[in-house]
Ligand binder design. Structure first.
Ligand code: SF4
Length: 176
């Protein structure tokens, strides 16, 4: 039941929550498919620059690229990663090794700016584009070893992150 309207809340496939806990695999910090780039807003860049102790302009020049009006983090040197094959989902899951581009801040599978990481990283994997049952199964559960581990995130917590990510995506699209 929606507290605001008193009407029954729309049912969603994750109404009972989702079990997820980051396993520190670094998988989401490596370019794969349509989720390849880490976009950053001005607020993201300011926060990361502060952590690094340098002016935002210097941070942007050193660690960001501007493409089609949007800022994103640069890539690091290519590294071998394990990616699911078409047989993923079978038991045991099938994987192959490919070279992929990691985020410039990924070192030994760890984020070196974790406390100031971009909003896009903090809200992962609860994004508007990943929260359909199909996208979750195809794009998240296959890649992310954190799915099915740790605590259960409630529907309310997930919806709050999706909302935050939606607002952030709007800021990125508007060049903020
Ligand atoms: S900023 Fe950190 S959390 Fe985000 S992609 Fe880069 S290494 Fe991963």
């Amino acid at each position: 039941m929606s507290k605001a309207t008193g009407k029954p809340a729309k049912d969603v496939w994750y109404k009972d929550g989702i079990q997820f806990e980051c396993q520190g695999s670094g998988q989401c910090c490596v370019s794969h498919g349509e989720y390849g780039f880490v976009y950053v807003t001005s607020a993201d860049r300011k926060r990361m620059a502060k952590l690094r102790g340098i002016p935002t302009s210097e941070f942007t020049k050193k660690f960001c690229l501007k493409e089609e009006g949007l800022f994103r983090l640069k890539d690091g040197d290519p590294i071998p990663v394990s990616v699911p094959t078409s047989k993923a989902g079978a038991s045991p899951a099938a994987f192959k090794t490919e070279l992929a581009k990691p985020c410039v801040f990924l070192e030994k599978k760890r984020c070196t700016i974790y406390s100031a990481r971009p909003a896009q990283c903090r809200t992962w994997p609860f994004w508007p584009e990943t929260m359909s049952a199909k996208a979750w199964t195809k794009d998240v559960a296959k890649f992310c070893p954190g799915v099915g581990k740790g605590r259960v995130w409630s529907r309310e917590e997930i919806d709050a992150l999706v909302k935050e990510q939606t607002a952030w995506e709007s800021d990125v699209a508007h060049g903020l």
